[in-house]
Write a protein that binds this ligand. Sequence first.
Ligand SMILES: [Zn+2]
Length: 271
Amino acid sequence: MASDLKRLGGVVAVGAVLAAAGCGGGSGGGHAAAAPDPSATAASTRAPSPSAREALAGRVIVVDAGHNDGNFDHTQQIDRLVNAGGFRKACDTTGTETDAGYHEAAFTFDVTKRLTTLLRAGGAKVVLTRTDDHSVGPCVDERADIGNRAHADAALSIHADGGPTDGHGFHVMYPPSMAGGKKVAAASHRLAAAIRDGYRSGTGLPTANYIGTDGLNRRTDMAGLNLSTVPKVLLECGNMRNSGDAGKLSSAKFRQRVAVALDAAIRHYLS
Ligand SMILES: [Zn+2]
């Protein structure tokens, strides 16, 4: 989302025109084969073992689906400026989309639903920042507040980027300083590495070749991260403006693989 603004030269009141430029939306069903794991093949059709079922018991995880499809029709609301952690920034943006018109907001909501199912199956309490894909926002400061009020053990913002068409791959944003202080920032850095490692191995997608270093991107301009008092990172699952990445992100099978990878990465971080 902030990458949208950055690429547009810091202009914040841009609203719906961001659709083609920023990180950015769909639906679908289906179930992926996930990462190849011969040992899991037989077990995957059975109910989780007690240990798997309870692995996340007592844990609170916030899953923040980026943008919202209602944003497109409410540009005044999402363009208003809110606290971003020492500066002000637009409440939200529309996000990006693929050439075929698959919206980032729809993508993030679909992945969030899939991930939520897996995390809850593991015993976690999952808190969402939005529960539909047709309303507006919430604003980025409220997205942070939801995680703070939940006292989340981990919070993950899910996005897909609107990068250059020849750029591909995923990256994870983490903040150098946060409202939660140094310990929370350090934990967020560890969370970023865990998400990076789990996403790469679980999806097979490479780290971004156009931004960040080895899949990590240190950012000071992300309100949702700056304002967080709990460990939080933002994942750009791929580049919707790149045809190869767009093909994957548009696939329900790939999105299930994304959810399985993120569930495993969060379990690893919390273990
Ligand atoms: Zn975004």
